[in-house]
Design a protein around this ligand. Sequence first.
Ligand code: PLP
Length: 231
Amino acid sequence: MLKDNLDYVMKQVKKSCDEKSLNIEDITVIAVSKTKPVEMIEELYNIGCKNFGENKVQELIDKYEVLPKDIQWHMIGHLQRNKVKYIVDKVALIHSVDSLRLAEAIEKEAEKKECIVNILIEVNMAREESKYGVFPEDLEKLLRKINTLSHIRVKGLMTVAPNAKNPEENREIFTKMKNLSVDIKEKNIDNITMSILSMGMSNDYTIAIEEGASMIRVGTSIFGARNYNIE
Ligand SMILES: *Cc1c(COP(=O)(O)O)cnc(C)c1O
């Protein structure tokens, strides 16, 4: 069943890539495994999935401990400063950095553990009150502070688009994100690259790809619906 789901998602990804003459190898599909058991992750790992996303520190560490070490773990949820120390040397990418204080906490722990941490800056493009992320107009200022931190590499931007009934409603958000990423890239800020644009979830990943996503974060469409009650 997981293989069928993954095949279906990859087929949709391919379709969007073909439509826009994109290379499917340039798109990274992150299987968002939050709330799902390690057995399901293993099943996907065995058919070639290497990128998994989690939104809780404890859950990420628990899974990290028991699963193959060549898995690329993505921290996609809100990260508290006091929990940074548990994951800095375990994750491939932190998608959800949205403040200088959090970046400084990552810098401090990375220095202690002598590692370099790849991060994305989360942008609240839709300006939703319920969402984390910096507003687009505050992004450049934040980048010009974070780029002095020597154990951090900013690789690009991430956004969580609104939970829209019709995913077409999010197209404009994705286009704006792409434009923002290009604008920042053109400023050539030291130590900052804009090679990754993480946007699009089960509901709207095809649209995100069409508008320039290089990473999509897909949970439900691969793993099935989440049941938070039995956790
Ligand atoms: C849960 C989650 C996803 C995946 O959501 P689905 O709709 O299940 O694909 C993607 N990104 C973030 C930040 C999430 O928390």
